[in-house]
Ligand binder design. Structure first.
Ligand code: GAL
Length: 756
């Protein structure tokens, strides 16, 4: 049987790399993985600081039991250009920052102590996609995902792909294409058995075949009573493949689901049912640590997209993201558009060959995720390159005939070699810079494609740089930010030819000097970099059904004079309630209904209270007294939620919110800090400092002295051992809040679903 163990602890790290010293133990700082080679400040830094080589080393002892076995290190991802040495001998080079790679140690292991040295070069090497021109995101440097030590018999299971033919019929097929690895060229014989297990771990059925060569395809007899994977009920089966050869037994497990996806000229269908796609783009970066946060942070992002933002889709812009993130999308029912690394630029023939290899690596790593419904096989927003994209499409279809291909473009009338035409439609806002048409949320499909017939079509970006909005921007700007997201969503819902729309973007992100607000941040998210919501987050959240959760978010902090001319009208209230009641001071209470006239297609249009609704300028007149207000949301005549605002907000409490009370050693946990008023509302213009101290076996990610940014900030805690971690946050006026985290030792295999 294979053994897999996390290989994340006990590394050393230093800047620079000397190939002549790859075989010798060097003096470095003790580090654990995932690791970011150069932590950056929150904003205003020099992104060139990590464009250089670094050395990671780890000493380990070869286990005598490894004799006669295959021993590999599996790297889930390291940025950007890696070379792995064992005892000074180069084992593997991997010039890509997003795909996993393996280092076969078997032939170079010594008895006793061995030394792994890894060179990581964070340079934006133009030979490696996505580099070669400018890109609007940072890639950081380091071994930023997990590393595993895998020991198997001489012949082992390299990979397998599960396909599910006839998935919508009563008898569902299950086909498992198993690839065996035989690096030492041993004679092969024996058999491969597939066990289909349900989510509770019970065997549903099994099927086996004798081995004839290194590819074995198990076609299970069609099976009744299998459950579908759906968004509300993302039922996962597990395929356990066991290999028996004279060299020993190997076993590999993969979760998968039964579901069908179709992109048609009338939109998207999941399991045969129409579904309008509503999504946002996600970059996998975090403040300070860049890409280097582990399992919990990855899973939490998926949870935020599904549970907080109520999306049904995410695009992994612009590269394959962590397997932890994708596993979570499978578990919670969040559809994924995954794409190869790249941003506008396409390099020379060698660059294109590397990009084609990225298609192969992406699909081979991820073909069993039911959440992934489409492959992006074009470099984001690149020009046409016929031969290159004919090949990426051919390869994707050959490797995975079950999913459509797409490719994201911003150039109209570009050649459609993919199954689904994906457009970044930034037309809204063009009218401000001399566009020749009035404000338009989305262009008609045929204008974009230049084709005379309809094709499967979706929107993969909108807004973003057309209307950057900071979490602490003035309320009026936030309201326009909200309106633009609503306008495009409404247009996408209203056009049956559009499968759906994925906005730019979920979270603010650090970027190069050539983009963003000069602070090295693109403030394009509906949430900030700590995943704190801006108002626009609720444009998405409010589209869920009130039976899921009632949403009521007035786009205001209810202040007398933040907007031009003062007051709070017109006031957008993002809600899925039938009615919203406003009651303030001694004014008569009034109820308002959603504005279906302006937003006829949205599942849940907002309520909009306009100046005409209060012709006496009750909420607008400069100089009048300001009153508290309560908004109450009604569904089926019953009050289900409310939002209170005070007219005289004062800093009343320091809220320190760790994401969970427990943490696993080696993993990281986010902690959000907010200063709130008397009724718990975040103070949007609070910028005072807070001091963070960590006691016990925890490490702080981020500085100890932090400024609140628009009333909130955040940091991560990494558990470096088991025990009680005390997180103390102090604000000069509001005192100290202490939270304790229970850090629990990781199980020996550390993480329940090891990747290799
Ligand atoms: C797009 C690009 C994204 C991001 C966005 C900002 O052109 O694909 O990566 O830069 O603009 O709006």
């Amino acid at each position: 049987m294979r053994s897999i163990a996390a290989f994340n602890d006990g590394w050393t790290f230093l800047a620079g790399f000397d190939p002549a010293r790859a075989g010798e133990v060097q003096d470095g700082a003790a580090v654990a993985l995932p690791h970011n080679a150069v932590d950056l400040p929150f904003a205003y830094f020099d992104e060139a600081s990590y464009w250089r080589p670094f050395t990671y080393q780890k000493r380990f002892t070869a286990d005598p039991d490894w004799a006669g076995k295959e021993v590999y290190l599996v790297f889930d991802g390291a940025m950007a250009d890696s070379v792995v040495y064992l005892n000074g001998v180069e084992i593997v080079a991997h010039p890509d920052g997003y795909s996993p790679f393996e280092a076969r140690l078997t032939d170079h292991l010594k008895p006793g102590e061995n030394l792994i040295t890894v060179k990581i070069d964070g340079s934006e090497n133009p030979a490696i996609p996505p580099f070669g021109a400018r890109i609007d995101y940072l890639t950081y440097a380091g071994i930023y995902r997990d590393v595993w030590l895998r020991v198997t018999p001489k012949v082992f299971i390299e990979n397998f792909k599960v396909e599910t033919p006839d998935v919508l019929g009563p008898l569902k097929g299950t086909k498992v294409a198993v690839a065996l690895a035989n690096p030492a060229d041993m004679p092969i014989s024996g058999c491969v058995t597939g066990y289909l297990m349900d989510a509770e771990g019970n065997e549903v059925t099994r099927y086996w075949l004798a081995i004839e060569d290194e590819q074995v395809t198990l076609e299970f007899p069609p099976q009744r009573d299998l459950r579908l994977w759906d968004l509300d009920s993302p039922y996962l089966y597990e395929m356990v493949v066991r290999l028996n050869t004279p060299h020993g037994v190997d076993e590999r497990r993969v979760r998968f689901g039964y579901r069908s996806v179709e992109f048609t000229t009338e939109g998207f269908r999941l399991n045969g049912k129409p579904l309008k796609l509503r999504g946002l783009n996600r970059h996998q970066s975090f403040p300070y640590v860049g890409y280097a946060l582990g399992r919990t942070a990855q899973e939490r992002d998926a949870d935020i997209l599904k549970d907080t933002l109520k999306l049904n889709m995410v695009r992994t812009s612009h590269y394959p993201q962590s397997s932890w993130f994708l596993d979570r999308c499978d578990e919670i029912g969040l559809l994924v558009f995954e794409e190869i690394p790249g941003w506008q630029h396409v390099g020379n023939e060698a660059w294109k060959a590397a990009s084609i290899e990225n298609v192969r690596n992406m699909i081979r790593r991820d073909w069993n995720h039911p959440s992934i419904v489409i492959w992006g096989v074009r470099v984001n927003e690149s020009k046409d390159h016929h031969a290159f994209y004919a090949e990426t499409n051919r390869l994707a279809r050959e490797m995975d005939p079950t999913r459509p291909t797409s490719g994201v473009r911003c150039i109209v009338e570009s050649e459609m070699l993919e199954d689904v035409y994906a457009m970044n439609d930034f037309i809204l806002g063009m009218e401000e810079i001399g566009g020749n048409r009035p404000r338009t949320p989305l262009r008609p499909q045929k204008e974009v494609t230049g084709l005379d017939h309809a094709v499967p079509y979706m929107i993969t970006e909108f807004n973003g740089h057309m209307y950057p909005t900071k979490v602490y921007d003035q309320e009026q700007r936030q309201a326009e930010h909200v309106t633009r997201h609503l306008d495009v969503l409404n247009a996408a819902y209203g056009d049956p030819e559009i499968a759906g729309a994925i906005g730019w973007c979920a979270f603010d992100y650090n970027t190069h000097k050539d983009f963003g607000s000069g602070d090295r941040i693109c403030h394009h998210g509906v949430m900030d970099m700590f995943r704190e919501p801006k108002f626009a987050a609720f444009a998405y959240a409010s589209q869920c059904e009130p039976t899921d959760v009632p949403v009521l978010k007035p786009v205001t902090s209810w202040t007398r004079g933040d907007r031009n001319h003062g007051g709070v009208l017109p006031l957008i209230i993002l809600t899925n309630c039938d009615e919203v009641e406003l009651s303030s001071g001694n004014m008569p209470t009034r109820r308002f209904t959603p504005d279906r006239a302006t937003y006829p297609h949205l599942p849940h249009p907002p309520v909009i209270i306009r100046r005409e609704d209060y012709p006496n300028e009750e909420f607008g007149h400069w100089g009048m007294g300001w009153q508290n207000v309560t908004f109450t949301g009604y569904v089926d005549g019953k009050a289900v939620c409310k939002a209170d605002f005070v007219a005289d907000p004062v800093a009343s409490a320091l809220v320190v919110a760790p994401d969970a009370p427990q943490i696993i050693t080696g993993d990281s946990l986010p902690v959000i800090v907010r200063v709130v008023d008397q009724v718990g509302n975040r103070l949007p213009y609070m910028f005072e400092p807070v001091r963070v101290t960590i006691e016990g076996p925890g490490e702080l990610v981020g500085p100890e002295l932090l400024s609140l940014v628009g009333g909130s900030t955040g940091f991560w805690v990494i558990a470096r051992g088991a025990g009680e971690i005390r997180v103390c946050v102090t604000h000069a006026g509001l005192g100290t809040v202490v939270k304790t985290l229970d850090a629990q030792a990781a199980k020996p295999a550390v993480l329940s679903q090891p990747k290799p």
